[in-house]
Each structure stands twice: as structure tokens, then as C-alpha cells.
Ligand binder design. Structure first.
Ligand SMILES: [Zn+2]
Ligand SMILES: [Zn+2]
Length: 238
């Protein structure tokens, strides 16, 4: 599982009564990417196995999770979840995880170390940059952020790119210090890396569904590329 936000509760339903036995790899530790863990019933049971991996940033992984999840903020701690839970950090590099090849590169965001993730099963590859501030590297040709080396390493030639698309171009101008991308940057990055399919992700929480689709319609998409709004519950076959 990539990240562990509130959508993790949906996984319990998908498992249909079975325990989760696998890994949660977190691109970074912000609330919206970890808040599902305390409510993950398929993981919080005696027959589960949950390996949590998060970016190395000088603090033990379990200690970081405990900051989010301990009294008085929450009644239980990571150590009191039922089942076989382990916590570890990862750095930039390439490693095998649950039968997948995982490549990680640090990408700019705000407040804590953030990784872009490239996941491959040997047949198909998904690139995932959930929260990304590419203008921290440089303005790029259109002022929306640099198509920088780490992002290209993660995205190049992937089948699917799932990317931060929180802002319109004009909104980004006033929110350069918020750590997120304009939707059109996601299209540019995907195009320059030869990705045919881009999912706009991490929508602005204040935007309605209609507004998200309007934003999608406003984008200039190069021919041969498919750009879709990521929707909760979507299933994509590669
Ligand atoms: Zn974040
Ligand atoms: Zn986020």
C-alpha cells in the first residue's frame, strides 16, 4: 500500500474479512498520509502482519508514528495495535518489497522528508508523487516548477503517473510556500517522461467534485496522453 490516509479504511472492506499481511510504504509522514493507521481494522487484529516503511529523517520510525498516535491525542499507541507490526525507515535507492521493485528518490515538499515512489512488478510500473513542490528546485520553463532530476528518475517511462494536482496555475502563484503542485505541472512532467496516463491526485480539499472536473477540462493535454481525475474507489488495470 502506498501511504496510509483515511482511504486505508476502504482496504479493510476490500479484504472482505481477511487480515492485512503486507507493507505500508509512506512517501512522507504528514497527517493526510498516516491518519488511516489508527483506524485500520484489517491491520489491527491478531493475525495481521504490517510492515510500515517511512523516509529516514533521523528519528526511529516507530517514534515518529507515536507522535501522531499516543495519548492524549489518541488512546492507543503503535505498540498496542494487535498483530505483527514493524516500523522501519528507508532511504533513496532501490529495493524489493512484497514482490515489487521499489525505487525511491527524495522530492521537494514542506516539513519533513518526502519521497517519490516508483513501483514495478516487472511488467507494469506506477510512479507516485503525492505531494510535490517542484518550484523549490527552480521555476522551470513555465514558472510552475522544474522538471528536475529526481522527479524524472521516478517517472521516466512509467505506465501510470499519480501526481499532486492541488492547484490551478493561478492559485499556485499565491501558494508557492504550501508545498504542492499545479495540475498542469503533472501533465508536463508526465509528457516529458513519456507517460501515457496521468492521474490528477491530492485535490484541493476545498474544491467540489465539479470544480475538480472543471480543472481537468481546463488543462491542455498533448495528443496521445490520457489525463484523468483520480477518484476514490477507482480501479485501474494495466
Ligand atoms: Zn504533505
Ligand atoms: Zn498530502
Amino acid at each position: 500500500m502506498l501511504d496510509a490516509g483515511t482511504g486505508l479504511r476502504t482496504l479493510t472492506r476490500l479484504l472482505d474479512g481477511a487480515a492485512f499481511r503486507g507493507s505500508l510504504i509512506l512517501g512522507h509522514c504528514h497527517w493526510d498520509h498516516v491518519m488511516g493507521i489508527p483506524f485500520f481494522r484489517a491491520g489491527d487484529r491478531i493475525d495481521s502482519r504490517v510492515r510500515v516503511l517511512l523516509p529516514q529523517q533521523g528519528t526511529p520510525a516507530e517514534e515518529l508514528m507515536e507522535r501522531m498516535m499516543s495519548p492524549p491525542l489518541f488512546p492507543i499507541r503503535p505498540s498496542t495495535l494487535r498483530g505483527d507490526w514493524t516500523y522501519e525507515t528507508y532511504d533513496e535507492g532501490t529495493f524489493d518489497l512484497e514482490g515489487f521493485r521499489v525505487m525511491t528518490r527524495e522530492i521537494p515538499h514542506r516539513g519533513g522528508r518526502t519521497m517519490g515512489l516508483r513501483i514495478s512488478d516487472g511488467r507494469s510500473t506506477v510512479a507516485y508523487l503525492s505531494d510535490h513542490a517542484p518550484y523549490d528546485v527552480g521555476p522551470g520553463v513555465d514558472g510552475l516548477g522544474e522538471v528536475h532530476r529526481a522527479a524524472v528518475d521516478i517517472v521516466k517511462g512509467a505506465d501510470v503517473l499519480v501526481h499532486d494536482a492541488q492547484y490551478t496555475d493561478s492559485e499556485l502563484v499565491d501558494r508557492m510556500d504550501w508545498g504542492h503542485s499545479a495540475a498542469s505541472y503533472a501533465v508536463t512532467l508526465g509528457h516529458e517522461c513519456g507517460v501515457g496516463r496521468v492521474f490528477l491526485y491530492h485535490h484541493d480539499p476545498s474544491r467540489t467534485d465539479d470544480q475538480v472536473f472543471t480543472l481537468r477540462q481546463s488543462l491542455r493535454v498533448p495528443s496521445g496522453m490520457e489525463v484523468d481525475v483520480a477518484i476514490e474507489g477507482d480501479e485501474i488495470r494495466l
